[in-house]
Ligand binder design. Structure first.
Ligand code: AMP
Length: 288
């Protein structure tokens, strides 16, 4: 511990192996631990999760690991941004207690990937567009959760289907972690913050706001059209924008992920969108 007058500054622990994480965790058996798993290239969206965890818990643990088994597209994995030095400074400045940055061989001594299936939830949207993605997510989440033994885990609503699937898995496996959903942090333009935004050119950063603009228009004028009419409208806007290649735009029930014919069909509607802008795949969503 370094002491500057009255201010006590505890240095962040950088844990580079499972063994180091287990040893760190053993020191704090009776503390409330908050855990924020990430793939790095940190931005203010990630930071908002960390800050929430710091408020709720005695100790906050972050992880940075670009998980190879959740990338269905090798090019996406290859180009995934990495800014490890500035990530570490950001976490240190935020007063995070420890960050786990394991090697691939440590997390994957074997290559087996789990299979987790819940009808519709693991069959639709991201699951359909990115085969195997969520099996990779659950595989790494189990490994990280087993090591971290956290009381609370902070996940972003930005990745809404991921949040739903991890929550369903925690429930099904009767795990002890409480999942804390955190709202999407946006740029002033409305663009949802994402590590992948670092790959966008200046012109594309402006174009990328189309996702937010469409979602927001639907939210603000919801009852002017049926969900299906809004879907057709949104898809036609993407079709008219040559920079984009739309994967999906759907209005669904946030609990069942089933489609909506009418607004009365759901108490919890949400619009979800995924689209390529050039080579970069963007996702976003908004509760309606
Ligand atoms: P990632 O590093 O992209 O895997 O994200 C790590 C965690 O941060 C996940 O739970 C994400 O949902 C969350 N996250 C990513 N972007 C945002 C954002 N703009 N606002 C809030 N949470 C986010």
């Amino acid at each position: 511990m370094v002491s500057f007058g009255a201010i006590k500054y505890v240095k962040m622990e950088i844990l580079k192996s499972s063994a180091a994480l287990i040893a760190w965790r053993n020191q704090y058996q009776s503390s409330a631990i908050g855990f924020v798993p990430t793939m790095g290239a940190l931005h203010l969206g990630h930071l908002s999760l960390m800050i929430k965890s710091k408020i709720d818990n005695d100790k906050t643990l972050a992880s940075i690991f670009v998980n190879p088994t959740q990338f269905n597209d090798p090019k996406d994995f290859l180009h995934y941004p990495s800014t490890i030095e500035s990530d570490i400074s950001m976490l240190e400045d935020a007063g995070i207690d420890a960050v786990f940055i394991p090697a691939v061989e440590d997390m994957y001594p074997e290559v087996a990937v789990e299979n987790f299936h819940i009808p519709i939830l693991t069959e639709s949207l991201e699951a359909k567009m990115r085969p195997g993605h969520f099996d990779g997510v659950i595989t790494i989440i189990r490994k990280l959760f087993d090591l971290a033994q956290a009381n609370r885990v902070y996940l972003g609503e930005k990745d809404f289907q991921q949040l739903s699937i991890i929550s369903a898995w925690v429930k099904k496996e009767k795990r002890a972690e409480v999942i804390v959903p955190c709202p999407t942090h946006r740029e002033s333009s409305g663009l949802a913050m994402s590590s992948r935004n670092q790959r966008l050119q200046e012109k594309q950063l402006k174009e990328a706001t189309l996702l937010f603009q469409i979602l927001n228009t639907v939210k603000e004028n919801k009852f002017n059209n049926t969900p299906v009419e809004w879907e057709l409208w949104a898809r036609s806007l993407f079709a008219q924008s040559p920079s984009f290649r739309l994967d999906y735009f759907e209005i669904i029930d946030a609990d069942t992920f089933g489609p909506l014919a009418a607004w009365e069909d759901s108490e919890n509607p949400i619009a979800v969108v995924a689209a390529f802008l050039g080579e970069v795949r963007l996702i976003d969503n908004m509760r309606l």
